[in-house]
Design a protein around this ligand. Structure first.
Ligand SMILES: NC(=O)c1ccc[n+]([C@@H]2O[C@H](COP(=O)([O-])OP(=O)(O)OC[C@H]3O[C@@H](n4cnc5c(N)ncnc54)[C@H](O)[C@@H]3O)[C@@H](O)[C@H]2O)c1
Length: 262
């Protein structure tokens, strides 16, 4: 029989360092706030330096520890210095959430090669670069770790026409998650994924999904009757990042209000 660990200890990230990419707004911001609430010192990383800084200020205002790091996850040199900033300034790296992602809708027949390449570079190459650099730091430290990749229901089934590049990237991240989980398990590093359904974020608003009409139309497709809130995703990420999920690796949690069932 395993030792009984009290629930607050299982969910706590006290004494740990977490890195969240794309954390300046939307789902990434919500994840950073929950990981900080669970006690982690959080590196708030985003391509946009000012939004990363404003989320870091929010975390500090709530009594947490946060470091803002400006980095484009598709840029190898930037990812290396981002991971170095975590280890040098926050003292280590225990949890990495690969959340940064883009989803510009475009039909395949009208898609420029540059757009396809950019989506793959941010959504898939970015996850590879951040995982490689972070896992190397974790292996060197020898204390294990947890990596959570934010995929999408589009890693399983298309949600709409015009996202072939995005769906390719997210299917790729899910495949990457499983193989990396296999490789990193002997080092005590767990690698899992969270697949959100439609979540109301600034990114979704920018693609026209935030109007009252769009929200009503999407909500009507969801068995739970509403779009997701960024915090719905943050809770699942916290679960996978924490010792609550100690025996989970290579898994993908779908958090979509049931929409994939329809
Ligand atoms: N919102 C949804 O409905 C939904 C559904 C499924 C999956 N997702 C996934 O969740 C993640 C977050 O989505 P969101 O809706 O919060 O998006 P969002 O556009 O609201 O926020 C994304 C953040 O990532 C940052 N970012 C973009 N490109 C980057 C790069 N190259 N390097 C570093 N940071 C970068 C942006 O500056 C922004 O702050 C994405 O991976 C997305 O694919 C979202």
């Amino acid at each position: 029989m395993a030792e009984h660990i009290p629930l607050p200890d299982l969910v706590s990230l006290q004494g740990q360092v977490a890195l969240v990419t794309g954390a300046g707004r939307g789902i990434g911001r919500a994840i950073a706030l929950r990981l900080a609430e669970a006690g982690a010192a959080v590196a708030i990383s985003d391509m946009e330096a000012d939004t990363a800084e404003s989320v870091a200020v929010e975390v500090r205002g709530a009594g947490g520890t946060a470091l803002a790091v400006a980095a484009d996850v598709s840029d190898e040199a930037a990812v290396k210095s981002m991971v170095r900033a975590c280890t040098d300034e926050l003292g280590g790296l225990d949890v990495v959430v690969n959340n940064a992602g883009i989803f510009p809708p475009c039909p395949v027949l009208g898609m420029e090669t540059a757009m396809f390449d950019r989506v793959i570079a941010v959504n898939l190459r970015g996850v590879f670069l951040c995982t490689r650099e972070a896992a190397a730091a974790m292996v060197e430290r020898g204390a294990g770790g947890a990596i959570v990749n934010v995929t999408s229901i589009d890693a399983i089934h298309p949600s709409m026409v015009g996202l072939a590049h995005y769906d390719a990237s997210k299917h790729g991240v899910w495949g990457f998650t499983k193989n990396a989980a296999l490789e990193l398990a002997p080092h005590g590093i767990r690698v899992n994924a969270v697949a959100p359904g439609g979540v109301l974020t600034p990114g979704v608003e920018e693609m026209g999904g935030g109007s009252a009409e769009a929200v009503r139309a999407f909500s009507a497709r969801v068995p739970e009757g509403r779009m997701g809130d960024p915090d719905d995703i943050a809770r699942a990420v916290l679960f996978l990042a924490s010792d609550l999920a100690e025996y989970m690796t290579g898994a993908q949690l779908v958090v979509d209000g049931g929409v994939l069932l329809t």
